[in-house]
Design a protein around this ligand. Sequence first.
Ligand SMILES: C[S@@+](CC[C@H](N)C(=O)[O-])C[C@H]1O[C@@H](n2cnc3c(N)ncnc32)[C@H](O)[C@@H]1O
Length: 204
Amino acid sequence: MIHQQYQKLVAQIYDPFMRSLEKVLSSHRQKLLRQTKGNVLEVGAGTGVNFPLYPPAVKVWAIEPSKPMYERAKKVAEKYPHIQLFNIGIEQINEIDNRPKHFDFITSMLVLCTIKNPENAAKKYKENLKDNGKLLVLEHIHSSKKWYGQFQQIINPIWRPLADGCHLTRRQDKILKAAGFEPEYENYFKLGTDWYEAIMKKKK
Ligand SMILES: C[S@@+](CC[C@H](N)C(=O)[O-])C[C@H]1O[C@@H](n2cnc3c(N)ncnc32)[C@H](O)[C@@H]1O
């Protein structure tokens, strides 16, 4: 009950909380998403912030496990007939019967910070991506600045329960590379903390 109320609150404040960051992030989202083609799996759709950015010719399977986030995203998805939304996490991807066996694109944006087992999620990305498919990544990562990285380590135990399980100390770039992805394009940039933006493919 308390957890449900908490998730409801997170869904309510997510967009206002992100508003100033989105002034910068939205151009990164656009740059990555405008190249999607074919069948796309969006992992952790949140409130559906990416939905308006997909070209209308693509078919999107979006998944979001939090019921309140899902409800918000559903309202946005109603405007985009090429987007189907499912109230599940990446661990339950096999429950979607009519999904393509492998996707042309998978998008992972601000989600590997929150997923409980990011290594397992990376494995699922690999299993569900075509051999010549592309993984589009936009994730905040542990700061490379010594003092700020240490500060993030100290506040992480307090931040995590307040921010829906979001970790400040993960290196999603390293997790994905260790799982067998290699960047075709990658860009590290700073926006509050360090960020990692990449187009990745499976290592041959
Ligand atoms: C910080 S939000 C990001 C939402 C959106 N991707 C964006 O870019 O704004 C992280 C989202 O990941 C979702 N999430 C958490 N665990 C997940 C899982 N195991 N599989 C898929 N999504 C998950 C959360 O419910 C939340 O909506």
